[in-house]
Design a protein around this ligand. Structure first.
Ligand SMILES: Nc1ncnc2c1ncn2[C@@H]1O[C@H](COP(=O)(O)OP(=O)(O)O)[C@@H](O)[C@H]1O
Ligand SMILES: Nc1ccn([C@H]2C[C@H](O)[C@@H](COP(=O)(O)OP(=O)(O)O)O2)c(=O)n1
Length: 237
């Protein structure tokens, strides 16, 4: 899809709301694909997973018991979080501390489900996510697990990005530089998804949500397919 063609879409004109909601399991390509889609559509970008990871980092660092729902919920309200909403710049800060890399460490990946399944903490993070979407005048690509269904069910475009388990494990393995063995990768991808699925459904597309299976597509092909979906949905409405 050429930039010229994209730029002719009426919905891309400044001032019009355009929320592109993208959900999917771990390693499906949500963050990398959503970021590129945001660049191409000149929209802001929100990585909601980074918010759950930042809260987890905060709890672990401050010795908050992840099994104690009331404490995790309180921590979610106390969290002092700064998060980039530009697809061209990545930073996450908690209490002014740069945790951009720390929140991607395997220790956080293993602990994050305990936080993400604490319903009170979800309520607070969802409130913040909706506020960020509004702050950007509803012109944003938002990715996570419950964006199409809970955070922004009214989004102009809603997509479920999937990939086979084999492809997702392979991608995550490469992304982590081959440092993780098969068991460690499964803990961070398959087992985490199983835990997360107990509170949100991101394995099946809800009504009106378009599925994009990237198992047999490379990165560029996946971005292109996502942009075709955006164009089709916008031209249909
Ligand atoms: N279609 C694709 N084909 C191959 N690799 C991909 C594809 N999409 C994403 N990747 C790579 O897979 C890894 C995981 O992608 P990421 O965007 O972090 O997934 P998620 O946010 O869903 O966990 C990254 O290194 C990314 O560059
Ligand atoms: N909207 C969201 C986003 C993430 N989560 C949870 C689920 C995941 O275990 C963690 C981290 O999400 P993240 O998107 O960073 O995870 P992956 O990059 O897919 O491995 O947060 C969630 O419950 N709801």
């Amino acid at each position: 899809m050429t930039q010229e063609l994209l730029d002719t879409l009426p919905a891309l004109r400044l001032g019009r709301p355009l929320v592109v909601a993208i959900d999917g399991p771990s390693g499906s390509g949500k963050s990398s694909v959503s970021k590129e889609v945001a660049r191409r559509l000149r929209l802001a970008y929100l990585d909601t997973g980074a918010m759950y990871r930042a809260l987890t980092w905060h709890c672990v660092t401050n010795g908050i018991d992840l099994e104690d729902a009331a404490s995790v919920e309180q921590a979610s309200r106390d969290l002092v979080l700064e998060l980039s909403t530009s697809p061209n710049e990545e930073y996450v800060r908690v209490d002014g501390v740069d945790v951009t890399d720390a929140i991607r460490e395997p220790a956080i990946s293993s602990a994050v489900s305990a936080v993400a399944t604490t319903l009170g903490a979800r309520t607070e993070l969802i409130r913040r996510q909706r506020a960020l979407i509004e702050k950007h005048h509803r012109r944003m690509v938002v990715e996570g697990r419950d964006i199409t269904t809970v955070v922004a069910p009214g989004a102009e475009v809603r997509m479920l990005l999937t990939a086979s388990e084999e492809a997702r494990l392979r991608r995550r393995g490469i992304q982590l530089g081959g440092t993780q063995n098969a068991e460690q990768l499964a803990a961070q991808v398959t087992h985490r998804d199983a835990k997360d699925s107990t509170v949100v459904n991101f394995t099946q597309a809800a009504s009106g949500v378009v599925t994009l299976d990237s198992s047999d597509l490379d990165f560029d092909q996946t971005v292109a397919a996502a942009l075709v979906i955006v164009t089709k949905v916008l031209n249909r409405d």
